[in-house]
Design a protein around this ligand. Sequence first.
Ligand code: NAP
Length: 165
Amino acid sequence: MKVVLYMAITANGYIAKENDETPWSDEEWDSFSNIAKKIGNLVIGRKTFEIMNQDDEFQQIGNPFTVIVSNKENNNSNFVNSPEQAIKLLEEKGFSEILVAGGGMLNSSFMQKGLVDEIYLDVEPFLFGKGIKLFADNEFETKLELLETKQLSKNTIQLHYRILK
Ligand SMILES: NC(=O)c1ccc[n+]([C@@H]2O[C@H](COP(=O)([O-])OP(=O)(O)OC[C@H]3O[C@@H](n4cnc5c(N)ncnc54)[C@H](OP(=O)(O)O)[C@@H]3O)[C@@H](O)[C@H]2O)c1
């Protein structure tokens, strides 16, 4: 199973403002949308799920099979309580690739458990003094190999890394 993490970030590594606002570009959204349609699934944290649901974003990205990670009890079978359970569920559904799409807390637990194979970072032309970090604070350190860089627009660069294990 290949696990791909995809995020838009500011040039200083934030994925959202403190109030959850995300001023990302249309080009970035199109790129994310394309990869979500290609992979056909999404693993997200409960908070990101609530935001995407409220903004009606699932339809825009082709209604991927969405798995939500949460510690809370939920009768919906798409809710699981760990990254490992998310991977297991998507394996059972026959997927060979998984798209991990935030937020910072979920990203961090996937990294801490060594479950990510590749990372795409769309670096948007912003700096935030505070906000939600790409990875919530956690114990891990990872070396990367740069696979590709792509200019998504005049001001937005995509970095594509492989995690060295
Ligand atoms: N820039 C981007 O590309 C991008 C992408 C996605 C999201 N975002 C932004 O990220 C922000 C949300 O990030 P966040 O870090 O606050 O929240 P999050 O990671 O989306 O959700 C956190 C919640 O997910 C559950 N969770 C996460 N890891 C878990 C684990 N290992 N085991 C069990 N449950 C786990 C917990 O849910 P319970 O509380 O239910 O237990 C936790 O409270 C939003 O502002 C959103 O807009 C940005």
